[in-house]
Design a protein around this ligand. Structure first.
Ligand code: MG
Length: 380
């Protein structure tokens, strides 16, 4: 587990499928470390601090933002990668980049922007994350985007419709050929799910939108909570919650490592290409844990994400996104000069669809508070 060499089927820079624009190898870091560094230095990464997942950014300083969420995914992902002798650097890069394409206002914003883009190819946050690192970041002299390795980009594109996959070239092929991504990509996807399930419990309780009594209906929570209460009857509430959530995370990670180790062992892959050729993912929870994980997710959907207070924010967010989109579509001159110039250039080639895409890029890049300010400026 510690310092053991990478498994032969781990992603490895020396077998990387490379970068779109070839570059000399880095001297003091690996290719995936270089990807991670580029992600950390990107503007989109800094914006994650002011974007929400569930709670609007100004609701309180202790709630997760997309930035702290991404850091937690990287932490959990790296722990799993290390235990499975997989490439931690790659997992870290994917984790830190996986939410770069998210709109302001979490899922509400994404849904609204997707509705706005219905006639122009839609809007999907995974695809947008890839767009951010492939095109939208403008920092380097020699290329647009961050010119990341294939493996990091593969991990960022978690899901993709066949329609979209056809337009993406090499990176879309696995969705058409039904191949798997690297184990690093597979595990980061599950690390994401472990992370948000558990931190949403914590944030939801903190916000008072869900209660311990309600959560006790979820066996996975109540099991751990009752152990904590029995072992530490006098522990204050917040510490009991934290101790419970910590144990839940630990159980999920342990289960994932044990189950995946067995699956990998029986598939007996030798190279990362053997992993890609598998008919199914080798990073999985046990059936029992998958069920518990799912039950918790269902609980959160019903009691937290659809809570009327969250729903109010959702509707407000959707109105803001719709209003901004319509205003910019009707009057592109409202855009800041630099975005207006881009719009003109793209519109020349792609007409109204190009106009819509430029506006979607602009809105998707906004933080929650920036979107609110833009809205207030345009609709006083
Ligand atoms: Mg995420």
């Amino acid at each position: 587990m510690n310092g053991s060499p990478l498994a032969s089927y781990a992603a490895c820079p020396s077998h990387s499928r490379g970068r779109y624009h070839s570059e000399p190898a880095p001297n003091y870091r690996t290719e995936y470390q270089r990807d991670r560094d580029r992600i950390v230095h990107s503007a989109a990464f800094r914006r994650l601090e002011y974007k929400t997942q569930v709670f609007v950014n100004h609701e309180g300083d202790l709630y997760r933002t997309r930035l702290t969420h991404s850091i937690e995914v990287a932490q959990i992902g790296r722990s799993i990668a290390r235990a499975l002798n997989l490439n931690e650097d790659l997992v870290e890069a994917i984790a830190l980049a996986h939410d770069l394409g998210h709109t302001p206002f979490g899922h509400a914003g994404q849904e609204a922007l997707n509705q706005c883009m219905a006639d122009y190819g839609g809007f999907e946050h995974n695809l947008q994350s890839l767009r951010v690192v492939d095109e939208l970041e403008e920092k380097y002299a020699e290329f647009s985007g961050l010119n990341l390795t294939y493996e990091t980009r593969e991990g960022i594109l978690k899901h993709c419709s066949k329609e979209n996959a056809k337009q993406l070239g090499a990176i879309g092929l696995r969705f058409l050929n039904k191949e798997q991504a690297s184990l690093e990509a597979q595990l980061t996807d599950l690390a994401d799910a472990i992370t948000y399930n558990n931190h949403d419990v914590d944030d939801g309780l903190r916000a008072g939108l869900i209660t311990i009594e309600q959560l006790n209906e979820v066996p996975f929570f109540s099991e751990q909570y009752s152990i904590v209460k029995k072992s530490y009857p006098d522990l204050p509430k917040r510490r009991s919650i934290h101790e419970t959530v910590r144990r839940m995370i630990n159980r999920q990670i342990t289960d994932l490592i044990t189950t995946s180790t067995a699956l990998i062992h029986s598939a007996n892959p030798e190279t990362v290409d053997d992993i890609r050729a598998q008919s199914h993912s080798l990073i999985k929870f046990s059936d029992a844990m998958a069920e518990q994980h799912h039950a918790l997710k269902q609980f959160l959907r019903q009691h937290l994400y659809q809570h009327y207070k969250v729903y109010r924010e959702t509707i407000k967010a959707q109105q803001i996104v719709h209003a901004l989109f319509k205003a910019f579509m009707d009057h592109p001159r409202l855009l800041p000069q630099e975005h207006y110039n881009t719009l003109n250039k793209i519109q020349k080639h792609f007409g109204e669809t190009g106009r819509a895409r430029t506006i979607a890029d602009y809105i998707a890049g906004m933080t929650d508070r920036f979107a609110i300010t833009e809205f207030d400026k345009l609709f006083p």
